[in-house]
Each structure stands twice: as structure tokens, then as C-alpha cells.
Design a protein around this ligand. Structure first.
Ligand SMILES: [Zn+2]
Length: 351
């Protein structure tokens, strides 16, 4: 070896040490930021922008417990890619561990990446509505879920075995699930059979209703006892069925009385939303009426949103209701609660 080669090698060695030190420093900063973040004492609910589908990550005030509700689609452009990148980014420098995973129902825009979640994350408790589907996607998910159950890695909760149950999630946050379908087994529509999830953190509450539509809304309004119906009354609503006009009837919105409503839906004329045409104009108007009569404390930036008018068969530009956020407009939407006050942050999705 020539001396200059030795020098070069020595230099490159030194540079590697510098690089290692730099990476360590970045790692420490990230860990510090994360530990600060972990100790912030706030409940965080993040609605990932997965286009036409749902995917919601909940992080507990202790920063150590996480729940996922649904996992995006496989058919909508980039839904899987974005979902997996969002979830992995949320777990940078953290064990890939989810305390609870809820599959609201077995449609592809809700369980798109669920098998991937089960194979790439350690999942403690898995909740679904107890239904099955005749699809390869569902069959593969079922095989993986059963395999993990048999190995004693995963606790499975079959939602429809009880109309109402409490699920152990994390300290300070109460988690309840309920299924109108378990109350009225004749509810035949798969959307109506979605698992509803309610979270309470001190004085703030959240309701996630999957794709529940008008019939299940009626069951909740008319067949629940007063105490059960009180579960609907929350601060933050994950709007049913991507803002479809088959959900969010006026009576249901009044019972929920949200301060914040979030719609997760795809772009006009894009992928599966070319057919579904979400959100619907009439739904936006129902929420607009609600928020005009009940002005929210946190307001969304004024904007026009394309909404489909089923009466005329045309898309229209509708002013966004003041308490409504939409993934199609805002990108990823995070609602934070300190137990008393709610805040909303948005991060646009890069094209
Ligand atoms: Zn859906």
C-alpha cells in the first residue's frame, strides 16, 4: 500500500467517524424531540390523507400508546404508499407497536393495508365487526390475524358479540366500541355494520363511525336507550362514509353536536372517487347549517370545496362549513386535545 493510499484510507476512516457522530447527534435530537413530544400530555388524533378511504392514528397523552382505525385503500392512487409512509414516519425511532387496531368494516378502502399492518407492526388487540368478505384481501388478512392469534401474539375482539363494550387502550383515555348491527342484526348493509369507536379524554370526546349510513343512524337515534344515545354526543366527529349523502342525516348531526367534523375522502374524478363522488353537497349543507347555528370555537380556513350535487348530477364549489376539515383539501389533519381545549393542525400532502 502506498503512503498516499494509506492517508486516503485514514481520511475516509476519519470522515466515517465524523459521519457516525453526526448521525448520532441527529438521532439524539430526534429522540429528544420525541421524548418531549411523548411527555406533552395531549391526546393526538391524526387523520392521514389516504385519498378515498380512512386511516386514523390515535396517540395517547403518555406518548406510548397508539391505536389505528382503518388502513387506507389499495385501489385509489398512492393510498397504500402514502398510508405506509405516514404510519412509518409516526413510528420513527419507536418500536412498531400498536396497542389497538380497529378495522371498522371489511371494505377495501378501510382494510387496504391491514395485512401489511399486522405483519409489520406488533398489534396487541385487533377489533373488527365480526363480518367476513369474499375477497382475497380479506382472506389474506384473516389468515394473518388467525396465525397471530394462535401464536398468542394478538388478542381478537369480535365486535358484534356485544352491542357495547369497553376496550383497554391507555391510561386517562376511555375507549368504547358499539355496533348498531349488534343491536339490530337485520341491518344488512355492510357500511351500516361498521364498528363505532368513542374516545373520552377528560372533558373532550371523539366519535369515529366508519361508513355508517342512515339506517344505522336511525337505529342509534331510535333504538338506543337515553344513556346509550348519549355516547353519540361528542366534540369531534369522523364523518360517516366519506361525506356521502347516505350518512349524516340532520337528526344524527344534532345528536352528535360536533365542534369539529372531519371528512376523509378522495379528489373529484380521481380513482375510486370517480364513481363514488364524495363529498356530497347535501351533506356539506347539513354541516353548514349546524355550524352556522352552533359556531365552533376552532374554525377552519375559509375555502371552496368541490362537492357533488346528486340532484343535478354536477359538481359544485361549496364553501366549507366553519368547523369542518377535509383530507382532500387539508391533507393530513391532526386534532389535539389537552383534555379541555381542541386544536387542529394540517399538513398538505405533497403531489
Ligand atoms: Zn369507506
Amino acid at each position: 500500500m502506498q503512503p498516499n493510499q494509506l492517508l486516503q484510507r485514514h481520511d475516509s476512516c476519519l470522515w466515517s467517524y465524523k459521519q457516525i457522530a453526526a448521525y448520532c447527534l441527529i438521532g439524539v435530537i430526534l429522540l429528544t424531540v420525541q421524548s418531549l413530544h411523548a411527555a406533552n400530555g395531549k391526546l393526538e388524533v391524526t387523520f392521514f390523507d389516504v385519498g378515498q378511504g380512512d386511516a386514523i392514528l390515535v396517540t395517547c397523552p403518555d406518548g406510548n400508546h397508539h391505536m389505528l382505525i382503518d388502513s387506507g385503500d389499495t385501489r385509489y392512487p398512492d393510498s397504500s404508499k402514502h398510508f405506509r409512509a405516514f404510519l412509518n414516519a409516526a413510528f420513527t425511532n419507536k418500536p412498531h407497536h400498536l396497542d389497538v387496531v380497529v378495522a371498522s368494516h371489511e371494505h377495501a378502502d378501510h382494510i387496504g393495508s391491514m395485512q401489511w399492518v399486522l405483519t409489520n407492526y406488533q398489534v396487541n388487540t385487533y377489533v373488527d365487526n365480526g363480518d367476513t368478505a369474499d375477497t382475497t384481501m380479506f382472506a389474506n388478512l384473516l389468515t394473518e390475524r388467525r396465525k397471530q392469534e394462535r401464536a398468542g401474539k394478538l388478542n381478537y375482539i369480535k365486535g358484534n358479540e356485544n352491542s357495547f363494550s369497553e376496550v383497554d387502550f391507555c391510561p386517562d383515555v376511555k375507549m368504547e366500541i358499539f355496533l348498531p348491527w349488534a343491536t339490530v342484526p337485520s341491518l344488512s348493509d355492510q357500511n351500516d355494520r361498521s364498528v363505532a369507536v368513542r374516545l373520552d379524554f377528560k372533558t373532550n370526546s371523539f366519535l369515529f363511525v366508519g361508513d355508517i349510513e342512515g339506517e344505522a343512524e336511525q337505529v342509534m337515534l331510535n333504538q338506543f336507550t337515553d344513556k346509550q344515545r348519549a355516547l353519540l354526543d361528542v366534540d369531534v366527529l369522523k364523518v360517516g362514509h366519506h361525506g356521502s349523502d347516505t350518512s349524516s342525516r340532520e337528526g344524527f348531526i344534532m345528536a352528535v353536536s360536533p365542534q369539529i367534523a372531519v371528512i376523509s375522502c378522495g379528489k373529484k374524478g380521481t380513482g375510486t372517487n370517480e364513481r363514488y363522488k364524495h363529498p356530497r353537497l347535501s351533506t356539506m349543507r347539513h354541516f353548514d347549517d349546524w355550524f352556522k347555528n352552533n359556531p365552533p370555537t376552532v374554525k377552519a380556513t375559509a375555502a371552496k370545496i368541490p362537492a357533488y350535487d346528486a340532484d343535478t348530477g354536477a359538481w359544485k364549489q361549496q364553501t366549507r362549513p366553519s368547523g369542518m376539515w377535509l383530507t382532500v383539501k387539508d391533507g393530513t389533519v391532526t386534532v389535539t386535545s389537552d383534555g379541555k381545549e381542541l386544536k387542529v393542525n394540517t399538513v398538505p400532502t405533497p403531489n
